[in-house]
Design a protein around this ligand. Structure first.
Ligand code: 0RQ
Length: 502
């Protein structure tokens, strides 16, 4: 413990999780560490679950992004969470959001820190933050994510630290904490390369605000992604071929531009496609580092990776954390307002790959709402990246649920990424390059290159009818029919219109 808790003044602040939980009162706003099940606090939430057995209270919980089961399942199911933001991915809390028991604010991840600064999120009563160590001079060394922890620590009234003795000592030095000043008095963010370091190795603590330190030894819950399959391999090949064409016309070189890749199985599998390619000296400037990034490092393809969290499956996690010294000097973890900052995304010219649930014939993308109403996970950082990247790429299989759902529909049932933010679409069918195209010019590319053959004719029929009915409007739609595919799915369990059945 002495090695982990090196600040003299904080030594007498160690308390039990129960005592820390006793400070949390009904109506409080909590800012917790954690981003995509990495670096989240665990023992204080579990003590809050116990407390909820004898005391009724509700709190608002803001984090970096999704957390593991301690908060987004157990604490939610104990009825303690009133409001949650800015991202979640656990079936436990997802079901409660969709039954109206939890209020959810789904927001661009780069925006949260500004909202905290402005007092729109907050005032924050407690920042509760996982640490790998606390240095002699009072720096809190985060663990496997940085997320919004720096701004929570800066702005919260008080701080509870979960010092995780099971986390690797070698994490110290991996983080780069740089917190921009208030808007209006802010300099350009001095980052010119993905590997630049701007700040300190830990989060500066105001020691008087530290109310208590709780010791933890619970490791992150592993990620739940499923491995690549034949179709994601095909999607990866389509993406690589598209990038090869960009090189041929002189827009890119084989080291490309820094890559960003979103969460989920599809994004991970597509990134893994670079492993057996000719591309090299790749850099990653992303928010989450999933398994694929480390496999690409092992394969000598990725030379440096910057992000705000590391989220790994059990198997890859054991390998990476068992050999961390091999990776530590090729990695940096930053606050999410820096990893996702529009200024840097635009300056570095990122190639950004995120996942769509569905998209429409004009290129609008829905990444969050199943059939328009049911929240899946959230927009996360996909909007930060898609709008500001050099190439905003969206990947999805062309169909879902065994073909009963077409991922390409006449009109998306919810819009996360408007047609203006979507450059390239990749499905297992092919690639649609939408850059520089008007809505009606995009239709053919999307249907012919990306839609599943079972739905092509049905999509053309909708477009032709809409084009005729409107007399060729800029973005033709028949409002009565635009969402008829979703209505058909709800009523009959399929989007397929029997008159087009093959
Ligand atoms: O359902 O789990 O019941 O099998 O959705 O779909 O194809 O396994 O894809 O794991 O990559 O997740 C968009 C959800 C994709 C994710 C999403 C069903 C499908 C399956 C999952 P099952 P897949 P993935 C980084 C940036 C948020 C935005 C983002 C996500 C399940 O990538 O949350 O990228 N992204 N943020 O069957 C109904 C459709 C469907 C559908 C798929 N059209 N209708 N169900 N499914 N398409 C995040 C952060 O910033 C933290």
């Amino acid at each position: 413990l002495a090695k982990k808790l090196r600040n003299e003044q904080l030594r007498n602040k160690v308390v039990t999780a129960e005592e820390a939980a006793s400070w949390i009162k009904d109506g409080m706003v909590l800012g917790m560490s954690g981003f995509t099940r990495a670096g989240d606090v665990k023992v204080v939430p579990l003590a809050l679950v116990e407390k909820a057995k004898t005391e009724s209270f509700k709190v608002d919980v803001y984090t970096g992004a999704s957390l593991g089961p301690e908060v987004d399942q157990y604490l939610a199911e104990a009825g303690v969470i009133r409001k949650r933001g800015p991202f979640q991915g656990d079936p436990g809390i997802r079901n409660m959001i969709n039954s109206g028991e939890v209020t959810y604010v789904d927001a661009h991840l780069s925006h949260n820190a500004e909202l905290v600064r402005q007092g729109i999120i907050g005032p924050i009563d407690f920042a509760i933050i996982e640490a790998a160590a606390i240095t002699e001079d009072g720096l809190l060394i985060p663990t496997t994510s940085v997320g919004n922890s720096p701004i929570f620590v800066q702005e919260a009234d008080q701080v509870i630290i979960e010092l995780n003795v099971a986390q690797l000592d070698a994490l110290e030095g991996v983080h780069d904490i740089f917190v921009p000043g208030p808007q209006g008095k802010r300099d350009p963010i001095p980052m010119l390369n993905a590997s630049d370091r701007l700040g300190t190795i830990g989060i500066p603590l105001d020691l008087d605000k530290v109310k208590g330190i709780v010791i933890s030894d619970i490791l992150d819950a592993p990620s739940t992604i499923v491995p690549a399959d034949e179709e994601t391999d095909i999607m990866a090949n389509h993406l690589l071929n598209f990038l090869r064409e960009e090189i041929k016309v002189g827009r890119l070189t084989t080291s490309l531009r820094p890559l960003q890749s979103g969460v989920g199985s599809v994004a991970n599998a597509v990134l893994l496609g670079f492993k057996d390619s000719e591309f090299e000296n790749l850099e990653v400037y992303s928010e989450v580092l999933q398994d694929a990034v480390f496999e690409l490092m092992d394969a000598g393809k990725v030379s440096f990776a910057s992000a705000t969290s590391i989220t790994l499956s059990e198997e890859v996690g054991n390998h990476v954390y068992g050999n961390f010294e091999k990776y530590a000097d090729k990695l940096v973890l930053r606050p999410q307002e820096i990893s996702n900052h529009p200024e840097i995304i635009r300056r570095l010219g990122l190639i950004s790959v995120n996942t769509a649930l569905e998209l429409d014939i004009y290129g609008n993308v829905n990444s969050t709402h199943v059939s328009g109403t049911r929240m899946m996970n959230g927009i996360g950082g996909s909007g930060d990246f898609a709008r500001n990247a050099r190439l905003g790429i969206f990947v999805t299989k062309s169909y879902a649920k065994g073909g009963k759902i077409s991922s390409i529909v006449p009109m998306v049932s919810h819009v996360d990424h408007t047609e203006h933010d979507v450059d390239i679409i990749v499905t297992e069918q092919g690639v649609a390059d939408l850059r520089g195209l008007a809505p009606k010019e995009r239709v053919g590319r999307i249907i012919e290159n990306c839609a599943h053959p079972d739905y092509k004719e049905q999509l053309w029929a909708y477009f032709n009818e809409a084009n005729e009915a409107t007399g060729g409007h800029h973005t033709p739609h028949i409002l009565e029919k635009a969402l008829s595919w979703h209505v058909n799915l709800a009523k009959n369990g399929t989007m397929q219109d029997p008159s087009f059945a093959k």
